[in-house]
Write a protein that binds this ligand. Structure first.
Ligand SMILES: *Cc1c(COP(=O)(O)O)cnc(C)c1O
Length: 402
């Protein structure tokens, strides 16, 4: 079927409607994924189809064995950087979670997760045909996950199913409140029961220092497009040696007619995963990422400073654990909400006022609760953000404390 020019036109000139440097983008999911100049260049260079596969070794034909470009080195360096033994680049953090669940459990098994886990943790378990058991959090206003309750939840699973859970998952920093959890504590509990511990580091690995060995993680999952200055789709699956044996098991299938075998392929990865531009973008940004995690204390300082400024606005406060230990911030503002109730643009006024001041990324329509992320922004730009908010609040008659 030949498609009409009318239908193809919309693909002819695909462009983003804003450029990173013209606007300040506060969208929580965008900050850690902004490409380095090196990644941007490499992306264009490796944009062609199977561009990373020219020198795939004939004897061990697998993506992570390719030495030119240095993919084999990269997966080793990636594992070392995270304090793990083995690493693979997969399509997304959610895929890394799915692969771990699928390989460590059987249909009907239970995964114990924190109640602030990302939806992708739930659906990854669902696709692996497993059930979930949630660990509660303290609710408003801190939403602190009750880490000690992991033990009771593991016991509950044992009582209800006669089996231990297949995996215990902790979201290192959750996407809702940006709370940083003590992974060590959950690792200890999981290991008391000899259950593998998966740390979902989508919002931490690649932006802050992570040492899986020190944290007691058996598996770390991460997101390249969220936190590694890489293009979508890229994810990280990092494992201890013991876990790698189970999760990266070789294919054993045999063609019934031909006797064909593919024992070099890791079957949970379907052989090879992310090739071409996205993988190379992650590799090109890696030196920058290795360096930037060392600047994490300044990043947290910046986030705390902005919270302090925003809380000067009448009826406005930060939700989640205080003070911030991460750059993802969830604000609650009765003040801005009150303004929206009388504004002709309703909740959209805040988005529009910010946009007029060169700031985007606050979800259009939200005023009472909104999220933002200061990661990677210079202090100067964060000051501009604070100024904009205070100016808008003042314009609509909200009081600003000293
Ligand atoms: C964003 C996010 C994900 C999803 O990451 P993908 O790489 O897009 O799959 C998973 N978990 C958490 C906690 C996240 O914040």
């Amino acid at each position: 079927m030949k498609l009409s020019e009318e239908r193809l036109k919309k693909y002819r000139n695909l462009r983003r409607d804003f450029k990173e440097d013209r606007y300040i983008n506060l969208n929580p999911i965008q900050r850690g994924g902004v490409l380095t100049a090196e990644a941007r260049e490499a992306l264009a260079e490796f944009g062609d189809g199977y561009s990373t596969c020219d020198w795939c070794p004939a004897k061990t034909p697998r993506l992570d064995k390719v030495t030119r470009p240095p993919i084999a080195d990269f997966v080793e360096d990636l594992a070392e950087f995270l304090g793990m033994d083995v690493a693979r680049v997969v399509t997304r953090c959610r895929e890394a979670q799915f692969i771990a669940f699928r390989m460590l459990g059987r249909p009907g098994d239970v995964v114990v997760i924190d109640s602030l886990a990302h939806y992708s943790t739930y659906v990854a378990a669902e696709l692996a045909m497993m059930k979930i058991k949630e660990v509660p959090n303290s609710g408003y206003p801190e939403f602190r996950v009750d880490l000690d309750a992991y033990a009771a939840k593991i016991e509950e699973v044992k009582r209800e199913t006669g089996k231990l859970p297949a995996v215990v998952v902790l979201t290192h920093v959750d996407y809702l409140y940006g709370n940083l959890n003590d992974a060590r504590r959950v690792a200890e509990i999981a290991h008391e029961y000899e259950v593998p511990f998966l740390l979902n580091a989508a919002y931490t690995a690649g932006v802050m220092p992570i040492d899986g060995r020190e944290l007691g993680a058996d598996i770390i999952t991460g997101s390249g497009h969220k936190s590694w200055a890489a293009s979508a789709s890229t994810g990280v699956l990092a494992l201890t040696k013991e876990m790698a044996k189970r999760v990266l098991a070789p294919s054993q299938i045999v063609g019934d007619l031909t006797g064909r075998k593919f024992s070099i392929k890791e079957y949970a990865l379907l052989g090879c995963t992310v090739m071409g531009g996205p993988l190379i973008s992650m590799m090109a940004s890696f030196p920058h990422v290795v360096e930037r995690v060392e600047r994490w204390p300044e990043e947290v300082e910046n986030a705390r400073w902005l919270v302090e400024q925003l809380e000067r606005i009448e009826g406005t406060r930060q939700l989640g654990v205080r003070p911030k230990d991460h750059t993802l911030i969830h604000m609650e503002s009765e003040g801005l909400y009150e303004v929206s109730r009388h504004h002709k643009r309703r909740g959209f006024f805040l988005y529009e006022e910010l946009r007029d001041r060169g700031i985007v990324g606050i979800q259009p329509g939200l005023t009472k609760h909104f999220k933002l992320n200061t990661y990677g922004l210079s202090r100067e730009r964060i000051e501009k953000v604070a100024e904009a908010f205070l100016e808008i609040a003042e314009k609509y008659g909200l009081s600003i404390s000293k």
